[in-house]
Write a protein that binds this ligand. Structure first.
Ligand code: NAI
Length: 384
């Protein structure tokens, strides 16, 4: 496969997620880091981009990058949007409308209406819009999905997903400008912790089971009382294939570090996986002994084999999971360039539709939380 050209907006020096994207996109030599508008401060963005080898394709702002790149014959093939949440919609829309494929960080938009617009633009332009639910790139998450799909645990009865950490638990820190904005509706929107972390867990529940969330009921709370938005939520949900869902997300769970995990219980078996121990998957067939499946073992699924790189017993972590999303995208982009169709089931990068579903769930969680946990339709209007 010919190397594709990759660009990034945001992800500047010292950013949290920028390095993981650079590692993930470069890992398999499928993409070449070619252009970027990496910082909200123009000169810092240019300087940092040049230090990473971007030369005159290090831009001071995303608008400059868009107008220069769209004129080039060798324009970037994929643009990653790794800026703060409130800018995702505008940047993603502009690049899609100008013929670029986009990988947008989560949450894809700030409102359901914006999410629907992005889905429509992606569909009408035919450009790829992916959303970085990067944890779905882990080899054993792909294997879990394959096991559920091939019936290893029978019909799914229950999914239990968590994303609970303790990094905003210190009340003395609540006024810290790096923390405060996250709980301020003017900057964060209608939800804090669910929109930031809960959507990863809910998307993973859908990804692994192959079922979509239809309705939900949420108990949201601000454990640190100066906060307007929630720092903890318990969400019950139902899925279109009949599965029952339970989800806990928190930012005040002291002692929890990353805290993403998922358990799926079917009629004939159970599975559990945790992001902090991503190289082991626990599988219990009904009436048999507990099995620990190791990433890299022989005779796993094709989905697991495709997404594993180093031999068994050597840890693979988060940038390699992101790399699997980039591998999916490289295949999808190359297929389009060559005019080939791709079977969506064989290429599992999260779609704009997933980003939209998350946004509808965010609004349902916020509203249900305000109304004492009533059940609400969790589907975006265009999918009802
Ligand atoms: P950050 O605050 O650490 O970094 C943001 C970067 O974007 C900075 O370099 C900043 O200068 C740059 N930036 C801001 N506005 C810009 C603009 N208009 N044009 C160009 N650059 C601009 O933020 P962080 O934590 O890296 O988060 C970025 C996004 O990634 C957020 O949407 C967040 O939700 C998401 N994220 C996703 C994760 C995942 O697992 N998928 C994990 C962590 C963050």
């Amino acid at each position: 496969m010919k190397k594709l050209k990759w660009g990034m907006i945001g992800g500047g020096e010292g950013s949290q997620i920028g390095p993981a994207h650079r590692l993930g996109s470069g890992l398999d030599s499928l993409f070449e880091f070619t252009a970027g508008a990496l910082d909200h401060r123009p000169q810092e963005g240019i300087d940092y981009g040049k230090s990473l080898g971007l030369g005159d394709r290090a831009y001071g702002g995303w608008q400059d990058m868009l107008s220069a790149e769209k004129k080039r014959d060798d324009r970037v093939d994929l643009v990653t949007v790794a800026t703060p949440n409130s800018t995702h919609f505008e940047i993603t829309k502009a690049f899609l409308e100008n013929g670029f494929h986009v990988l947008c960080e989560k949450p894809m938009t700030m409102t359901v209406e914006e999410g629907e617009e992005i889905v429509k633009i992606a569909r009408t332009t035919g450009n790829i819009c992916a959303v970085n639910y990067g944890y779905t790139g882990y080899s054993l998450v792909r294997h879990m999905k394959a096991m559920v799909a091939r019936g290893d645990i029978g019909k799914v009865r229950l999914v239990n997903a968590e994303f609970a950490h303790g990094h905003h638990a210190d009340a003395a820190d609540a006024d810290n400008p790096r923390v405060r904005w996250r709980y301020d509706p003017a900057q964060a929107g209608v939800s804090a912790q669910f929109a930031d972390c809960g959507i990863h867990a809910m998307h993973m529940a859908s990804f692994v089971t192959g079922q979509e969330v239809t309705k939900l009921a949420a108990d949201t709370v601000s454990c640190i009382d100066v906060r307007t938005l929630e720092d903890d939520a318990m969400v019950n949900f139902r899925m279109d294939g009949g599965a029952v869902g339970r989800l806990w997300t928190s930012s005040i769970a002291i002692g929890r570090q990353h805290g993403l995990s998922i358990q799926v219980f079917g009629e004939t078996g159970g599975l559990r996986w945790s992001q902090e121990h991503p190289n082991q998957l626990y599988y219990m067939p009904l009436g048999e002994r507990l099995q620990i499946i190791e990433r890299g073992e022989a005779n796993l699924s094709p989905e697991a084999d495709r997404t594993t790189r180093v031999t068994i017993g050597h840890a693979e972590g988060m940038p390699l999971a992101f790399a699997n999303i980039y591998t999916d995208l490289a295949e999808a982009i190359t297929a389009r360039k060559e005019g080939r169709d791709m079977d969506p089931a064989a290429n599992l990068y999260p779609r704009a539709e997933d980003g939209l579903r998350s946004m509808a769930a965010v609004y349902a969680v916020a509203e249900s939380g305000k109304k004492d946990g009533i059940w609400l339709d969790a589907r975006p209007p265009m999918f009802r």
